[in-house]
Write a protein that binds this ligand. Sequence first.
Ligand code: R5P
Length: 262
Amino acid sequence: MDWGIANRINRILKPSTGRTVMLAVDHGYFLGPTSGLEEPRKTLEPLLPHADSLMLTRGVLRNCVPRESDIPIVLRVSGGTSILTELSGEGLTVAMEDAIRLNACAITLSIFVGAEGERQTLLNLARLVDEGERYGIPVLAVTAVGKDMVRDARYLGLACRIASEIGAHLVKTYYCEGFAEVVRSTPVPLVVAGGKKIPEKDAILLAWNSVRAGAKGVDMGRNIFQSDSPIGMIRAVKAVVQENASVDQAYGIYQQARGGRK
Ligand code: R5P
């Protein structure tokens, strides 16, 4: 692996643990001003010191992240569809030279295996990997799940394996029963998305189960910024991912941060 790619991956997956807590705030690229992210700057400010890396679009990066921040950026470079249309028809939305200008540590796009846009989004991935290899920038493939897809180990294993075969350096997917098998059959690091908001203890358990099964961390958004204590949640998830805390220990961190309220 090229030194630049390896070094950028090491900024995202912390060398002391090989893991990351990636804070995902890119949802607006197809959802618009989603709950908790109406004002990205306000959401981000208190959370940035706790995150290991940050997934977002160039618009939010340029306008809402302080320039003095040294957080590694995972820049979303796909889009072109909205929640109102067929999501799987994504194209590429950022030129590699702009990603470099923004000092991205990695670039990311969604692939839609089994959906209408499967072929195009897989070809998007292939193109980005070629460009990423040319400039030393790793590519994180997001295995987006269509409305009718079942999130089971067979389907997610298929999507993750295809992404890594095409050359993705990192893959983001969902946790599922039998997740260790998805990890085993994907020869690059996996991070797990949080998905829709669930009770805080369940989200902490999801992070715990994921890293125990071999994930290299989480790429979590709504279960952090839609929580009644976003700081409590990111600290709890970080304790699980980076410090091997138990679910109860981490839940205690969340509860303490929200002031012991039930
Ligand atoms: C979804 O397409 C976005 O890429 C999100 O970054 C991803 O789903 C992770 O966020 P959440 O934990 O809210 O699912």
